[in-house]
Design a protein around this ligand. Structure first.
Ligand code: SF4
Length: 224
């Protein structure tokens, strides 16, 4: 068993990527060293001791707060499977959830009949149960100075790339050149911050390349 710093747990609809529209429980872990300039969860970057709270305080209350609480896998699984949630799809996100070994948590959740999805930047080794759906949203050249790891790309079931300009597509091409992708991931482009120009560029490129468009439907719907 290990301890995971949890920022929040809440039930909603998955807004983006392969499982768009799927009812899901989001488990947001605290901590991220990647440093994306457009990050909309900056409150998850640091695991500050003064922001540690009682585990009960982070359940079901969504918000941009830097608080976190330690949970071990057994306690998390007991909470997630005690009947309070209808969804059977767990999205483990952050922050950067792959800072932590998620093998035991995903193994136990699969044994309980759930599907697990991890959303990661690809800048940290992915450790999870084999059945887990891994969404890598590669963060290239960010302020934190980390690089996208071949291990993360090889483990990806989906590569969901945030784009604003042509430069971001060129970066993705360079990243994937000669990179083995044994799981044949779906490649999606996702316009950054639902901007109009980025959305049109993503549409045009997806049509040209037979890739998939991922829009952040939760932002249009104004839900968490
Ligand atoms: S990887 Fe995610 S949480 Fe971390 S800085 Fe980038 S967008 Fe924010």
């Amino acid at each position: 068993m290990s301890r995971l710093p949890v920022n929040e747990i809440f039930e909603t609809i998955q807004g983006e990527g392969q499982f768009t529209g799927m009812p899901a429980v989001f488990l947001r872990l605290q901590g991220c060293p990647v440093g994306c300039p457009w990050c909309d969860t900056r409150h998850t970057w640091e695991v500050e001791p003064e922001h540690q709270v009682d585990p009960e305080r982070i359940i079901g209350v969504s918000g941009d707060r830097p608080i976190w609480a330690y949970y071990d896998e057994a306690r998390l699984v007991a909470l997630l499977t005690d009947g309070r949630y209808s969804a059977r799809h767990l999205v483990i996100t952050g922050g950067e959830p792959c800072l932590y070994d998620l093998t035991e948590l995903t193994r136990l959740m699969h044994a309980a009949g759930w599907r697990c999805q991890i959303e990661t930047s690809g800048c940290v080794e992915v450790r999870c149960d084999e059945q887990t759906w891994v969404t890598v949203s590669p963060k290239i050249g960010m302020k934190g100075g980390l690089t996208v790891l071949p291990q993360a790309l090889e483990r990806a079931d989906e590569i969901k790339h945030p784009i604003a300009t042509e430069r971001h597509i060129e970066e993705l091409d360079a990243l994937l050149a000669d990179q083995p992708l044994p799981r044949h991931p779906q490649i999606c482009l996702q316009p950054i911050s639902t901007k109009k120009r980025a959305t049109q560029l993503a549409i045009d490129t997806c049509i040209k390349r037979n890739w998939r468009l991922s829009v952040q439907t939760h932002k249009y719907l104004e839900i968490d």
